[in-house]
Design a protein around this ligand. Structure first.
Ligand code: ATP
Ligand code: MG
Length: 208
């Protein structure tokens, strides 16, 4: 009985990993929806240091992506940004990040929920140590334009069982599309927070 009441009190924290090149309203909406639906106490955004799956593609400096993530989340009391991946040398693997967070005293006993879009979750078999990842956290798979939750059937059952599907309003925004819009001089005004757009302009990011 005692055990049950202790269990009920376990703090739930969301982790939102991404390259965030740049961070946009789709990321923020996904995190906020997961926060509300799962009763998370907070969501930690973790910008990737070196994305392992974006091989030759040019990626904006980790520091600029980190600043944009801070600018985007500063007005939300339950959002924060972690430097854990950008301060770690080498490629960023989620398994290492989860182990690091797990070992931090302030997160003792916490239940972690790793928030991803459906596109990313379908990819999970290609991540490093997916089974161990699944033991360190639960996954939340939020709707993403062009994907349906039915596609989760493609995943091996043992992984699928650990994934919570979450229907959220579709925002058909991607960082790829934003970079393309900036390059071609189109507006991104209502797709990213104002402070992020200002920072992009100030640093002349994504113009070529
Ligand atoms: P890129 O086009 O460069 O891949 P992206 O928009 O997919 O950028 P990422 O940094 O790759 O952004 O994504 C981080 C996480 O956020 C992933 O789990 C991704 O599925 C999710 N995500 C990105 N955009 C959205 C969106 N519009 N709605 C819901 N989830 C999203
Ligand atoms: Mg992506």
């Amino acid at each position: 009985k005692v055990e049950r009441s202790v269990m009920a009190e376990r703090r739930k924290i969301g982790i939102m990993g991404g390259t965030f090149d740049p961070i946009h309203n789709g990321h923020l909406l996904a995190a906020d929806e997961a926060h509300a639906a799962l009763g998370l106490s907070e969501v930690i955004f973790v910008p990737t240091g070196q994305p392992p799956h974006k091989g030759k593609q040019h990626v904006t400096s980790a520091e600029d992506r980190y600043i944009m993530a801070e600018l985007a989340t500063v007005n939300c009391p339950y959002f924060s940004v972690s430097r854990v991946e950008i301060d770690r040398a080498g490629k960023s693997y989620t398994i290492d990040t989860l182990r690091t967070l797990r070992a931090m005293p302030e997160y003792e006993g916490v239940l972690f929920y790793f928030i991803t879009g459906l596109d990313a979750v379908l990819d999970i078999v290609s991540w490093k140590n997916p089974e161990e990842i699944m033991q360190l956290c639960r996954f939340v798979a939020v709707s993403r334009y062009g994907y349906t939750h039915k596609r989760m059937e493609e995943l091996p059952q043992d992984l699928r069982e650990r994934i919570i599907p979450l229907e959220i309003p579709l925002l058909a925004i991607s960082s790829t599309e934003l970079r393309e819009r900036i390059k071609t001089g189109r507006s991104i005004k209502f797709m990213v927070p104002t402070a992020v757009e200002r920072f992009i302009r100030k640093k002349s990011l994504y113009i070529n």
